[in-house]
Design a protein around this ligand. Structure first.
Ligand code: AMP
Length: 288
């Protein structure tokens, strides 16, 4: 497995593979890998086959964090990540530093961003104003560095996947986007690098996101008629607030195809929620 930290070297590898007709599969991550990330590596391998190359990037992208967020605390363990990538059969790991990705940021500024203006407005975009501009910008940069034929993203970040798909479609990136299912812990908590922050009882309380999803599933299943979204939202928020350390940031019901909010919740509606458990902000979503 190649470990590459310079942009020029990564582009050289990618161009060489391209010239040889080798398909490139790509999994962008912020590291501190878990089984969810590794399932995306497997999916990328399935897509490009044995003769293809699978590249994983590990980069905690500062431009997608607001100054008040957890950039400095974000968990990191590159040595362990590299071992996991090797075991998962990755061909290369791209692990650039900030000086490589955003050179001379302080002196010259960095002034060319990629912005998606519609799907990124609600939910994570409303709660975290600079977030999606950082995500689309870094993913566009990574696509220009890794030159993938296919890139795999997790359904766990449903809105992110929708924003990336739109960016790729609108800006004609020659990349196929695959969205892979969310991997969960045995008690239903969606795997996330941020779960490391959850100590003791907070880890138990964090299952409230999954239980809220299941509650919504049950309501929709047993109701003969569409359920008013505002009513179900209020019920779920109250349910979440029952846990002493939990506070709902948002609970939204929307159409999974265009992310428009729905007034009536039916089978097929998408539910997404963000919940603070102590100081840790967790997100999850599911189609009902
Ligand atoms: P992150 O390192 O959190 O930026 O995530 C990198 C990629 O892994 C994103 O496409 C995420 O959606 C995906 N991912 C994160 N958690 C999970 C999970 N539990 N199951 C599947 N994919 C995930």
């Amino acid at each position: 497995m190649q470990i590459v930290s310079s942009i020029a070297a990564m582009q050289r590898h990618a161009k060489k593979w391209q010239r040889a007709g080798t398909r490139i599969g790509f999994v962008p991550t912020m590291g501190y890998l878990h089984a969810g990330h590794l399932s995306l590596v497997k999916r990328a391998r399935q897509s490009v086959g044995k003769t293809g190359k699978v590249v994983v990037s590990i980069y905690v992208n500062p431009t997608q964090f607001a100054p008040t967020e957890d950039l400095a605390q974000y968990p990191r363990d590159l040595k362990r990540d590299l071992k996991l990538c090797r075991e998962a059969g990755a061909d290369a790991v791209f692990t650039p530093g900030d000086a490589e990705m955003y050179p001379n940021k302080a002196e010259n500024g960095f002034s060319a961003y990629v912005v998606e203006e519609k799907l990124s407005q609600s939910m994570e975009g409303a709660a975290r104003p600079v977030h999606f501009r950082g995500v689309t910008t870094v993913v566009a940069k990574l696509f220009n560095i890794v030159l993938p034929d296919v890139a795999v993203f997790g359904q766990k970040d449903f809105q992110q996947a929708a924003v990336i798909k739109r960016m790729v479609a609108d800006l004609n990136f020659p990349v196929k986007i695959i969205v892979a299912p969310t991997l969960r812990e045995p008690d239903g908590l969606a795997m996330s690098s941020r779960n490391k922050y959850l100590e003791g009882d907070l880890r138990l309380q964090a299952t409230v996101l999954w239980h809220a999803i299941q509650k919504a599933q049950a309501v929709v299943k047993k109701s003969a008629r569409p359920v008013p979204a505002e009513k179900l939202k209020a019920e779920l928020k109250e349910f979440i607030q029952h846990k002493p350390a939990a506070r709902a940031d948002y609970v939204e019901f929307f159409d999974p195809d265009n992310l428009s909010p729905v007034a009536k919740v039916t089978r097929g509606s998408q539910l997404a929620l963000a919940v603070f458990v102590g100081k840790t902000r967790l997100i999850d979503n599911a189609q009902l």
